[in-house]
Design a protein around this ligand. Structure first.
Ligand code: ADQ
Length: 478
């Protein structure tokens, strides 16, 4: 059904993301309150949103009616309501049961259900309608991530005057995988409703351009993608972190003292290996544990002198595949500890909790080896945080070549996480590197991050969108 065009509102800048940038929390007096969520996206966009008094449209995180729009920390927040069925179908279903695994190389089997697809359409339409209502004429709208891939197309129909950008935080798969998706044309048309489509990695951008030509017959040139009478630009914008803030944490005496304390608490081993991931099957936690276990068994790492700290952040706990993964990981951790730990000395410290930024920074400072070995990852900010935290150039990063970050952090010990022997070699080599070798690798990576922080990412994308839409005036605006 065609969407009817609607008159607009007053915001010049609007961000749409599945979640609002605030979490429900409890204040000092035990009363419920809202707190800015710790995510990188919020940190990146907060200054710009504040300056331009922008609006953020997103789900508030609970099923049921949405609270009225409110202002938090200078940003106008417009909550979207989701029913329980929509949380099942749109969020846990189509977004995290279909698209998430499919876009991550189908490392778990994607599930396809028509009722999930219907709810995904309905919720995407609700987001698009909400944006159409509050956007000023010619406003800039930035849509984020795989939950909202139909929104650019829907919004374009409702409000042809808007300048629409879309950024995908996760990988964009090759043609033969993408084409499994029953909604494949619909999703491609949805994305091509944007003026600018951004990806983390050049390969994702190439996949998208190929699909636009193969699936929809779009004309793809160096200049852009010509489809449905409009030009669409597709390009790579690797996301980053707040490097200055990470460095501030790294130099904070309290954080440094905590790092020393963590080392003591772990029994002052020679080597601390650290891994920090959401407990997700894409993160390669099981392969990493297998590699570590074999390194201990072969005494390439000394069980009496080595500790692995595996932080596994709770995530998507309602979904079966995540519950099954958690059980497998916890079994592997117990097995390794059963075999190699001593009384008062663990081989794997497994922490299924969330941490604040300072505690995380202290862990980064305490770790000799950081193992970031996802099977597939859009970018991976943990790798960048580790590098930025090591202001003295020590430390060793083992990085999967299947993380987007591998395109930038070239000096890391890059590994193929599916190749257990290669993974073992990477971890063992990193553990043995002397300080000169560590610095030879860390210094250029840290310099790269200083020149490519998250502010550059955000202003780079928005600046490009601004310029594009001026160069290509739309008929409605002409
Ligand atoms: P994620 O898959 O969530 O993000 P990642 O990029 O590693 O993965 O970001 C995780 C963030 O959570 C990091 O900033 C990290 O510091 C933080 N964090 C980790 N452990 C924590 C803990 N215990 N407590 C609190 N915070 C913790 C998706 C994509 C990635 C992409 C990002 C951004 O899957 O590939 O890099 O979006 O685009």
């Amino acid at each position: 059904t065609a969407l009817t065009q609607v008159p607009g509102g007053t915001y010049d800048l609007i961000v749409l993301a599945n979640r609002l940038p605030v979490d429900h929390a409890v204040d000092e007096n035990g009363r419920p309150c809202r707190r800015r969520s710790p995510g990188g996206l919020v940190t990146a966009l907060h200054p710009i949103m504040k300056r331009r008094s922008g609006a953020w449209i997103g789900w508030h995180g609970r099923p049921g009616p949405a609270p009225a729009p409110f202002v938090h920390d200078g940003i106008h927040l417009h909550p979207i309501a989701l029913t329980g069925d929509e949380v099942d179908g749109y969020y846990e279903g189509q977004s995290n049961g279909t698209i998430w695994p499919l876009y991550h190389d189908a490392v778990e089997q994607p599930q396809f259900h028509r009722v999930w697809q219907d709810r995904y359409r309905a919720v995407n339409r609700r987001f698009a309608e909400a944006a159409a209502r509050v956007a000023a004429p010619g406003a800039l709208v930035w849509v984020h991530d795989y939950h909202l891939q139909l929104v650019p197309g829907m919004l374009r129909e409702l409000r042809p005057d808007l300048r629409i950008g879309f950024f995908l935080h996760i990988p964009f798969p090759p043609v033969e995988l993408f084409c499994q998706m029953p909604m494949r044309e619909e999703i491609m048309r949805g994305l091509l409703g944007a003026d600018l489509v951004g990806f983390q990695h050049p390969q994702a951008t190439r996949n998208f351009r190929t699909l636009a030509a193969d699936l929809l017959g779009a004309k793809v040139t160096d200049r852009g993608i010509w489809y449905d009478g409009r030009d669409v630009a597709a390009d790579t914008f690797p996301i980053s972190i707040d490097v200055a803030e990470q460095q501030r944490l790294a130099l904070d005496p309290a954080v440094r003292a905590r790092a020393a304390e963590i080392r003591r608490e772990l029994g002052d081993p020679r080597t601390i290996v650290l891994a920090v991931d959401r407990l997700d099957y894409t993160k390669g936690i099981e392969c990493r544990l297998r590699a570590y276990e074999e390194l201990l068994s072969e005494r390439r790492l000394d069980p009496a002198q080595t500790v692995l700290v595996q932080v596994a952040v709770p995530t998507r706990q309602q979904i079966d595949q995540y519950q099954a993964l958690r059980e497998r990981v916890e079994r592997a951790v117990s097995r390794i500890n059963g075999e190699y730990a001593g009384i008062g000395r663990l081989s794997v410290h497994y922490v299924h909790q969330s941490f604040d930024r300072a505690e995380l920074a202290a862990l980064y400072l305490a770790a000799d080896v950081m193992a970031v070995t996802p099977l597939r990852d859009g970018m991976n900010l943990v790798a960048k945080e580790y590098v930025a935290t090591r202001t003295d150039g020590t430390g060793a990063l083992v990085l999967s070549e299947f993380a987007g970050a591998a395109a930038e952090l070239e000096e890391a010990w890059q590994v193929n996480p599916h190749d257990i022997d290669g993974l073992k070699d990477g971890i063992a080599d990193a553990a043995e590197a002397d300080v000169a070798e560590q610095r030879r690798r860390m210094d250029p990576m840290r310099a790269h991050l200083h020149a490519h922080d998250v502010n550059r990412w955000a202003t780079g994308f928005m600046g490009r969108l601004d310029r594009l839409s001026r160069r290509w005036p739309r008929s409605a605006a002409a």
